[in-house]
Design a protein around this ligand. Structure first.
Ligand code: PMP
Length: 394
């Protein structure tokens, strides 16, 4: 029987929690109703399930259920936050718009903002980060002096595990009547996200990063203090209060709701466990690979479930058979080059090629970490031991 590779790519996606799957199953079969079928009990059952899920999400985020909108994932939520705000502001007046973001954002934010930048009436300022991924707040303050409508900064970075100072960013934004949107896809379940305290007006995340289903996500839109208005991205039957049309994916929404409830209930035990695995992994990497370099923040001030490591002096293969981890470089038009995040913190293409992202989660054990380190030890070859072209020809 083939042994499954140890899964250490939880930042890419998580396995679904069996409790979530079980809760979803009836909504594919006997409880298949459309949540807006108001004239019969099939619809009422579906509507009740969606209502419960909305409450579960709102409870985790400490916000009002009316502020929760279900989407097809963080990509849609990020696009909607940015493009919906643009459409809303454009419907009010035609003054030029100014947004601020960072080159380290997820591509769904970057691409939406780059598309916006093509318009004559929108300017985007890109705030640089230092080599550990922290934003240059002084630079940001200077950028914000002009009249700005939106800052978009992710809560936790998916590649290097840096954590943005969301409280400070939100307070800075509010001091200039600017909104803060945060992509919290990698933050949920790893840091406390409390929307009564955090001055965030728009927030996005996806179900499949928290042991829920793929293709399901959330956009939080603050309902008061301040009341945020954005235009819909999808028009049609008027679902989600007219804000997001399209028949609701009830099974996925049920799963997403329960995934949030489990995160909330198990947060402290789970975060302790993830943190212990992080310390174990970094300790073992350091002892087996003394030249390894941690990218992003120091070990104690970074995300608790991922490490991004450059294996200096080693040749890193393009893929691994026994462990599932992620490469630090992405292929653009056929040529391997550093991801914008690694470039943004100053890595060369050569260093990115020796870089791996390892991320773990609910079902990772200390034995999995040990196995991963031993696989790395046997697979990564010291560069001086790699035969050069001449020796191959001889
Ligand atoms: N933002 C971040 C930080 C992510 O890690 C991801 C998923 N890689 C997304 C947005 C997009 O999520 P989805 O593909 O589920 O829409």
């Amino acid at each position: 029987m083939m042994i499954k590779p140890v899964y250490l790519d939880y930042n890419a996606t998580t396995p679904m929690d069996p409790r979530v799957l079980e809760a979803m199953l009836p909504y594919f079969s006997e409880e298949f109703g459309n949540s807006v079928s108001a004239a019969h009990s099939y619809g009422w059952v579906a509507e009740k399930a969606v209502k419960k899920a909305r409450e579960q999400v709102a409870s985790l985020l400490n916000c009002d259920p009316h502020e929760i909108f279900f989407t097809a994932g963080a990509t849609e939520s990020n696009n909607w936050a940015i493009r919906g705000l643009i459409d809303q502001l454009r419907s009010e007046d035609s003054t030029p718009l100014h947004f601020i973001s960072s080159p380290l954002e997820h591509s769904s934010v970057l691409s939406a903002l780059r598309a916006a930048e093509q318009r004559k009436d929108i300017a985007v300022s890109w705030c640089a980060s230092n080599t550990s991924g922290a934003l240059d707040i002084n630079n940001l303050e200077r950028m914000l002096k002009t009249k700005s409508q939106l800052m978009s900064f992710m809560w936790v970075n998916n590649e290097i595990g840096s954590i943005n100072p969301i409280q400070a960013l939100g307070e800075l934004a509010q001091s200039q009547q600017c909104y803060l949107h945060s992509d919290a896809t990698q933050a949920i379940g790893k840091v406390v996200v409390d929307l009564k305290k955090a001055p965030v007006e728009l927030l996005s995340f996806s179900g499949h990063k928290i042991y829920g289903p793929k293709g399901a996500g959330v956009l939080f839109v603050r309902g008061k203090n301040p009341k945020v208005r954005i235009k819909p991205l999808l028009f049609g039957g008027g679902h989600e209060g007219g804000q997001r049309s399209g028949t609701l994916n009830v099974p996925a929404i049920v799963g997403l709701g329960l995934a949030c409830e489990i995160v909330q209930k198990e947060f402290s035990q789970e975060t302790q466990k993830l943190q212990a695995l992080r310390n174990q992994l970094w300790g073992q990497i350091q002892s087996q690979f003394p030249t390894a370099r941690l990218n992003g923040p120091q070990i104690d001030s970074r995300a608790i479930n991922s490490l991004n490591i450059t294996f200096c002096g080693y040749l890193v293969p393009p893929s691994f058979a026994e462990i599932a981890i992620s490469r630090g470089s992405a292929c653009h038009s056929g040529a391997a080059s550093a991801s914008p995040v690694l470039k943004g913190i100053g890595l060369s293409d050569g260093d990115a090629d020796k870089t791996l992202r390892i991320s773990w989660g609910r079902w990772t054990t200390p034995e999995d970490i040990e196995k991963a380190v031993s696989v790395l030890k046997k697979t990564l070859r010291p560069l001086q031991a790699v035969p050069n072209d001449n020796s191959l020809r001889n």
